[in-house]
Each structure stands twice: as C-alpha cells, then as structure tokens.
Design a protein around this ligand. Structure first.
Ligand code: ARG
Length: 563
C-alpha cells in the first residue's frame, strides 16, 4: 500500500494538485514526530496565509482513521502518524504475497525489458587483479537486481582477447615455455611468460610477436590453437573466481568476436560522412564537442579497442534489442565512453541515449606489504584467500565449537571482500582493510551475517509458535522501527537499480541489522510477555532474517546458518 498516496488523496489544499502534495510528503529525520511530514511553506503564497496557520487548518480538517492515526501541526509542518498495527498488517500481507512469488522486494517494474550489462570484462592471459573486483561485483549485483525487478538482464563479459600481446605470448611460449608447465601453472605460468617477454624483448622479438599476431588473425592453425589454449586456461581460472563471487554471465563474446563486424560499421560511418583522415588514420572528429578524435582505424588499417566497442554496441542492439546497455567500467575510461556514445548519436541512432557508463572508483589495499612489492600486481585470488583465512581465525576464536568452519569462513571472508567493494558510493575511491572488513561490530557484511545467524537461532527455538495472524498487539517503538525498515526494502531495491547503486542495498542491510539488534536486545522474543507478542515477534524475526538474507544475496553474499 502506498501510504503517501493514501494521505495525499485525503488532503485537500485549495489550488494544489494531489500530485504535488504527494511529491511534497517526506519522511522526517526525527520520526518521533511523525512517519510522514508535509511542509506547508510553499502553499503560503497561493493561500495567502502563514504556513503555521495552514498546517493548523489542514490538521483540523484531516479525517484520521484506522490507517492514519493522528495528525499534528508543528511549526508550519503537518505531521502524520500511521497506525502501527495497520502498517504492520500491510507489510505482512505484501511480504507473504511476494514470498510466494519471486520474493519480497521483487517487482515487475521491468516488464521484461532487456538490460545488457557489460562487466568484469577481464583480459585473457593477464592476472585477475584487484582492479577487476569492483566491476565484477558491481556488475554481478546489478545483474541480479535487474532480474529481481522483472527486467531481462544479459550479462556480458567483454573479454580482452585481441591485440599484439597475444603474439608476444606465443613468441614467449615458443622460446621458454613447455606444455606441462603451462598446464600445471595455468594463468600464473602464462603471466610469467608474458612478463618475461616484456622485460627481455628485443627489436627482433617484437617483430616476431607482431608476426605471430598476424598469424592468429590470418587464421593460422598453430597460432590459433595456442591462443585458444591460453584463452581456455584463463577462462577456467577466472571461472573459479566467478563461482566464489557468485557471478554469472550469459555471453563471453570478447573483442576478437567483433573483428569481422567492423567493416559494416566503418561502412556506416562513411555513409554518414563521419569518417575523416587524420595523419593516415580514419577518425571521427569530435572537436565540436570538446573531445579528442575517435580513432576508428589506425594508419595500417588495424582496429582499436574503441572500434571493437563500437561494433559491439551495434551487435548488442541488433542481438538483444536492449532497452539499456550498461558498461560497468572504471572512471579512467570516462572519455572513451563519452566518445563512443557521441559517435553513436552522430550516426543517428536513437538508442545512443540508452547507453550508460556505470563508472566506479578504485579499490586499493591498505596492506602496503602486498601491493607495493615491485612489479607485483595484487591478484584477487590472494585477497580472497587471505580474507577467508583471517575470517577463519576470528571465527575460531569467537566460537571454537563452530561446525563447518571452512564453509562459514568462505562465506564470511569472500562476503567481506564483496561488501567492502560495494558499501561505498561506487564512484568513490576506497581502501580495503581486512580488519575493518571483518569487524563483527562494524558496518560490515559479517555484522549483517551475524545478525541473520542470531535471528535464525531464535527462530530455531520457536518452531512450534505460529506466525502472527491478526492478533492485536500495539507495536512498541523498537518493533515499529523494524517494521518500517523492512517495509522500505522494495523501494531501496528500486532506487538501487535506478541509480545503478548497489551500495544503497548494502547500507540498508547495515541500518536494518542495527535496528534488528536493538529490537533483539530490548524485546524478549522466546520469552515474550504474552503468546500474542511471541507470535508477533517471531514474525518480525522471520521477516528480518529472510529480507536481510535476500538483500545480501542480491549483492552476491551468502549467509551461514550458524556463526
Ligand atoms: N578489458 C577492459 C579492461 O580490463 C575492460 C573492458 C570494458 N568493456 C568494454 N566494453 N569496453 O580495462
């Protein structure tokens, strides 16, 4: 039920539309005064009265009932209090109905519209380093959130699988590599070869690498076999990381997939008269828009990263008929996407407006020891293992009798890394600290997980108590606060999708867990004063537990039954 609509329909202000009243109703910062407030200042002009008087008069005239229990006028504000029991009833009705379908918080707002999400997009034969963490978990969360809201999300891993570096790799492998070692070492062995090539490369080796790359392109069997082998080793390696992060994709079409689709796009650019020559290269001039030229073909006719993105955009539009196409890529590529979207717009494609660069900031490690070792990048798998290891230590200290320590530590440790990357507004640069991320009392996933485990252990003792079914219990402050927090979950999920900001859900988790813990401390559940109260509180505990789990699940974080 939309409470704001309920209030707005019953509030009559001469010369003011219901719509406007609806939009002006807000949740006051101090909810002891009311659940909703209407500032009357902007009506003063129309009504030729002071805001205080307007509020007084409106309060007098408002028909309170079983939904809105009281109205008061305070300093030009009109404050509404909702009937607590009614609020709970509507929440519980919505909750149970939604849980029978696709879950509380889900909706059909997407109406099946397609959203393509380009995320993770790792580079073949290169380490999966901490820089790929945000795109992977942000994209993964958006993918789940959009599906949850009735969209059809298409997860695309736009692999970096094209370029002269693969020629270098073949050259390095032929010089120093052998099959068993690479099979055994996987991506690490490949990466070592690549690093070695770059540090020892001579003119002659560079030329050889270019030649190998040309062989890949011209379809040479051996070169392609090697390349595909490196690619499959990389994919099986990243696949394990994706499993740990609970991230999935519908397509792994990488840059090389678009090579044969480039001529058609170049043709289109020519038709539109957009292609000009600049020092031998073919470019789209964007000077009018204050941007550097968009280079389509180099002077040797080769395509660039940007060209492949342009071909990919057209391919996605044709293949998926998307309503929105998101690129979850670091803000360092702001200019690239501005140029790309501008070129599509200049080509006269109306869907240029549906392209969104979901830019995010950097995550770095507080732990200097790991990140500053010269020439060493921080591999994400090391960060995950280390965090899981630390989680295991902490869990063993806190609860020596805990069963399935490894399983629990995996959820807590990996969850902490994911949550660390998702908790702040995405554009902010953040520093990841293991200790902060694993603080049981902090703004952390482990705090939320622990809250769920606590709720689960209460529920375990109440299996014989039925859920609330209409008994009249007037909720106290704590209970009421919890109902309101839980009832705000669907709006939070919607806002997270609209703003491409999973952090809104992460923050909701921490806020709601805090509210639940206050409730847990102050209100006896198992030993409640009356049977009615026990049922009511069990119901609150159950809905809190389920909704918090669902929220963490949307972020890609699992919750252990016991901690
Ligand atoms: N592979 C690129 C990188 O690691 C990211 C690709 C992002 N997606 C895209 N369509 N450009 O920097």
């Amino acid at each position: 039920m939309d409470h704001k609509a309920y209030i707005a329909e019953r509030l009559h202000v001469a010369g003011v539309e219901t719509q406007e009243i609806y939009a002006s109703l807000a949740v006051p910062p101090d909810t002891s005064l009311g659940d909703y407030a209407l500032p009357c200042f902007k009506f003063a002009k129309v009504l030729h009265k002071s805001p205080a008087l307007i509020a007084e008069e409106l309060a007098q005239a408002f028909p309170t009932d079983g939904v809105v229990s009281s109205v008061s006028a305070v300093n030009g504000y009109l404050n509404f209090k909702m009937d607590r029991m009614h609020l709970f009833e509507t929440f519980w009705a919505e909750f149970t109905a939604a849980e029978m379908e696709s879950g509380y918080g889900s909706s059909d707002m997407g109406g099946g519209k397609t959203v393509c999400i380009d995320y993770s997009s790792v580079n073949i034969a290169k380490p999966f380093h901490i820089g790929h963490l945000s795109t992977t978990v942000l994209g993964g969360a958006l993918y789940r959130i959009f599906n949850f809201l009735g969209y059809r999300a298409v997860g695309i891993n736009h692999l970096g699988d094209y370029g002269t570096q693969f020629g270098k790799l073949i050259s390095a492998y032929k010089r120093w590599g052998n099959r068993e070692e690479v099979e055994r070492g996987g991506i690490h062995a490949i990466n070592d070869l690549y690093v070695r090539f770059n540090s020892e490369a001579t003119e002659e080796m560079e030329a050889e690498a270019r030649e190998y790359f040309r062989l890949i392109e011209s379809g040479d069997r051996e070169a392609n076999e090697l390349f595909n082998w490196f690619k499959s080793l990389t994919l099986s390696y990243v696949g394990k990381i994706y499993d740990r992060l609970h991230v999935t994709f519908d397509s792994y079409c990488g840059e090389s997939f678009y090579i044969d689709k480039i001529p058609a796009v170049v043709e289109k650019l020519k038709e539109k008269g957009l292609l000009v020559e600049s020092r031998g290269a073919q470019v789209v001039d964007l000077e009018k828009f204050g941007m550097a030229p968009f280079i389509v073909l180099r002077s040797d006719g080769a395509s660039l990263y940007a060209t492949r993105d342009l071909a990919a955009a057209f391919y996605r539009k044709e293949t998926y008929g998307f309503d929105k196409c998101l690129y979850v890529v670091a803000y360092q590529q702001n200019l690239h996407f501005q140029q790309l979207f501008k070129v599509i717009e200049l080509m006269g494609e109306p869907w240029a407006k549906d392209m969104v660069h979901v830019a995010y900031g950097m995550v770095s490690l507080e732990d200097g020891a790991m990140s500053t070792r010269k020439g060493k990048v921080v591999w994400l798998e090391d960060v995950l293992s280390r965090c899981v290891e630390k989680a295991k230590q902490i869990l063993s200290e806190k609860n020596p009798d805990l069963g399935d320590k490894d399983g629990v530590a995996e959820k807590v440790g990996v969850g902490a890394v994911i949550f660390g990357a998702l908790y702040n507004n995405k554009i902010k640069d953040t520093v990841f600290s293991y200790d902060k991320a694993l603080n049981f009392d902090g703004e952390t996933s482990v705090y939320v997980q622990y809250t769920c485990a606590r709720a689960a252990s209460v529920l375990e003792k109440l299996t014989d108590t039925p859920f609330w079914s209409g008994e009249n219990v007037q909720p106290n402050e704590r209970e009421f606060e919890l109902v309101k927090a839980l009832a705000s979950f669907p709006d939070t999920v919607r806002a997270a999708a609209e703003n491409y900001e999973p952090s809104m859900i992460a923050r909701w988790c921490v806020d709601t867990a805090q509210i639940f813990n206050k409730f847990y401390i102050e209100c006896r559940v198992v030993n409640a004063e009356t049977e009615e109260l026990r049922r009511f509180r069990k119901t609150l505990t159950e809905t809190a537990n389920r909704t918090l789990r669902r929220a963490l699940g949307l972020l890609g974080i699992g919750v252990p039954e016991k901690m």
